[in-house]
Design a protein. Structure first.
Length: 500
C-alpha cells in the first residue's frame, strides 16, 4: 500500500473516532439543554459505553499500526505530520489510562455535573464536595500516568494549551496581575465614576433572543444553516463538525448584558468552528489550535469588538428602539456603562479589566488542588479569601463563590488559564489586524464585519489544529506570545474612559 492510500485509510478510521466523539458531545449537550433530570443515570451509562468504544478505537492495534507506519516516513507534508503527532499523543495518553478507569471517569463526570447543578441551586458546596474529590483524584492519577510527577498540573495544562507550563504561566500571569492591580488602583483613586444603574430594567427573553440573533448573524455566525442558540445554566459552545455548531446562553430579565455578551462570546467560538475547512474532517485536526487560541476569538468578539464604541455605534440604535429603559441615554453614556470597572464575585459577569484576576484565582486554586497542597474541605474558605484579597469582594454563599463554574464538574482542570491566555493572544492578534486593515473601525461602525472575520479566517481559523498555539501566534504576528499588547490595550481603553 502506498503512502497516499494509507493516509486516506487513516482518515476513514479517524472519522469513526470523530463520529463517536460527536455522539458523546451531543449527549452532553442534550444533558444540559433538554434532558429530564431523572434520566441522568441512564444517560451517564450511555456516555460511558460510547466513551469505551472511542477508547478502543484510539488505543487499538490498528491505530498503533498507523503510528508505526508513518513514524518511519520522513517526507510527510505538514498536515500529515501534525495528524500523526496528534494521534500519537492521543494514543500514548489513552494507553496509559486503564480502560475501565477511563470509562468510569466519564460516568462519574456526568454524575458530578448533576451534583454541581443541585449544589449550586441549594448553595451548598458539601453536596458537590465528594464528587469534586473524585474528579480531582482522577486527574492527579492521569497526570502521573502521563509522566508528570513533580508538577501534576503541567500534565493537565498541556491538554488544553499544548506546550504551556506553569513555569511560563507564573511569569506571564505575574506580569499581567501586576499591571491589572496598578491600573485598577488608579481607577479606584480617580474621581471619574461610572453609573450603569440605568441598564437595569425589564427585558423580555424574546427581545434579548432576537437582538442576540441579529448581532450573531451580523458578525458572521451562521445561525440559519449551521448553528442554533439554546438555554443552559452555564453558556457554552459545542460542535459536531463545522456544519453543526451550537451555542447556549442564559437570560436575565432584569439585565440584558449577561445574555447578549455571552452570545457574542460563544458566537466567537462558533465562528471559529464554522470556519474550520472541510478538508480537516477525518484528520483529528478539525478544531481550534488550543483552548487559549479559541478564547482569543471569543473574547476578541465579546470585548475588543463587542464592547467598543465602533460596535455600538452600529448596534445601539437597535437597542435604543427596543428598550424604553434606554430612552434619553446617549451612546457615550451607554458605552461607559457597559465598560464600567467594578470588582465583582461572578467571573462571567466580570468587566474586561478585572476578568483576568478571576482566572488567576482559579489557576492558583487548581495548582494547589492537583498538587495536593490544599485539603478539599478548605476550598470554599481559600476561594473566599483570595477574592477578598485580589478583588476586595467576598461571596456570601457557595453559589456565588466556588460553585459558580461548571468546569470542575467536567474534569476541566487546566482549562481556566486559557481564558486569560485568550485575552493575551487576542490583543496581540488585534494589533496585527489593525496594521493590515487600517480602516477596521470605519467598517465596524457601518456594521461591516466581513473584512475582520475574513482576516481571522485566513490567519487563524483555516489552520484548525495543524499548528500549535506558539507556532500560530508567531506565524500571525511575527512574535512570541507577549502580555504587553493586552496591557497596552487595557491602559489605552480604560485610561481614556477614566482619565487615568
Amino acid at each position: 500500500m502506498n503512502k497516499k492510500t494509507k493516509i486516506e485509510e487513516l482518515k476513514e478510521y479517524l472519522k469513526k473516532v470523530e463520529y463517536l466523539g460527536s455522539s458523546i458531545s451531543l449527549l452532553h449537550w442534550d444533558s444540559v439543554v433538554n434532558m429530564p433530570k431523572d434520566a441522568i443515570e441512564y444517560r451517564s451509562e450511555m456516555i460511558g459505553y460510547l466513551t469505551g468504544e472511542s477508547y478502543k478505537l484510539t488505543t487499538s492495534e490498528k491505530m498503533k499500526e498507523f503510528i508505526d507506519y508513518f513514524s518511519g516516513i520522513d517526507d510527510l507534508d505538514n498536515l500529515t505530520k501534525a495528524m500523526i503527532e496528534k494521534i500519537t499523543k492521543d494514543y500514548n495518553y489513552a494507553m496509559k489510562i486503564p480502560e475501565a478507569e477511563y470509562v468510569q471517569y466519564e460516568i462519574d463526570k456526568a454524575l458530578a455535573q448533576s451534583a454541581w447543578e443541585e449544589a449550586k441551586k441549594k448553595k451548598y458546596f458539601s453536596i458537590f464536595k465528594p464528587h469534586l474529590a473524585k474528579i480531582i483524584a482522577y486527574n492527579k492519577r492521569f497526570s502521573e500516568y502521563w509522566g508528570f510527577v513533580n508538577n501534576k498540573y503541567d500534565g493537565l495544562l498541556d491538554i488544553y494549551e499544548p506546550g504551556m507550563t506553569t513555569e511560563r504561566l507564573d511569569v506571564v500571569f505575574g506580569e499581567l496581575r501586576e499591571s491589572l492591580v496598578d491600573l485598577l488602583q488608579r481607577i479606584k483613586n480617580s474621581n471619574n465614576k461610572t453609573d450603569d444603574t440605568f441598564l437595569k430594567g425589564n427585558y423580555s427573553v424574546e427581545s434579548q433572543r432576537k437582538l442576540g440573533e441579529t448581532i450573531l448573524r451580523q458578525i458572521g455566525y451562521d445561525y440559519e444553516k449551521r448553528g442554533r442558540i439554546d438555554v443552559s445554566e452555564h453558556p457554552f459552545t459545542t460542535n459536531f463538525g463545522n456544519k453543526d455548531v451550537r451555542i447556549t446562553t442564559k437570560y436575565d430579565t432584569s439585565d440584558f448584558r449577561p445574555a447578549i455578551f455571552s452570545m457574542i462570546h460563544e458566537g466567537g467560538h462558533g465562528i471559529y468552528e464554522q470556519n474550520i475547512p472541510d478538508e480537516l474532517e477525518g484528520t483529528s485536526l478539525g478544531s481550534g489550535a488550543s483552548m487559549g487560541m479559541h478564547e482569543s476569538q471569543s473574547r476578541f468578539y465579546e470585548n475588543i469588538l463587542g464592547k467598543s464604541m465602533e460596535f455600538w455605534s452600529y448596534f445601539y440604535p437597535k437597542f435604543h428602539e427596543t428598550y424604553k429603559e434606554l430612552e434619553g441615554v446617549e451612546l457615550i453614556s451607554f458605552y461607559k456603562a457597559i465598560n464600567r470597572v467594578e470588582p465583582s464575585l461572578i467571573r462571567i459577569d466580570a468587566d474586561e479589566l478585572t476578568y483576568s484576576l478571576h482566572i488567576i484565582i482559579r489557576y492558583e486554586m487548581e495548582k494547589l488542588l492537583i498538587n495536593s497542597d490544599i485539603n478539599i474541605d478548605d476550598v470554599p474558605r481559600l476561594w473566599n479569601e483570595k477574592y477578598k484579597e485580589y478583588l476586595g469582594v467576598e461571596p456570601e454563599n457557595d453559589a456565588d463563590g466556588v460553585l459558580q463554574d461548571v468546569h470542575w464538574s467536567g474534569g476541566d482542570f487546566g482549562y481556566f488559564p486559557t481564558y486569560a491566555l485568550g485575552n493575551l493572544y487576542g490583543a496581540q492578534i488585534f494589533n496585527k489586524l489593525k496594521e493590515e486593515i487600517p480602516d477596521w473601525n470605519q467598517k465596524i461602525c457601518s456594521g461591516d464585519f466581513s473584512s475582520v472575520t475574513k482576516w481571522l479566517k485566513e490567519n487563524i481559523h483555516q489552520y484548525g489544529a495543524i499548528l500549535k498555539p506558539a507556532e500560530l501566534i508567531k506565524k500571525v504576528t511575527g512574535e512570541e506570545l507577549s502580555a504587553k499588547y493586552f496591557i497596552e490595550y487595557l491602559n489605552d481603553k480604560f485610561g481614556k474612559l477614566y482619565g487615568v
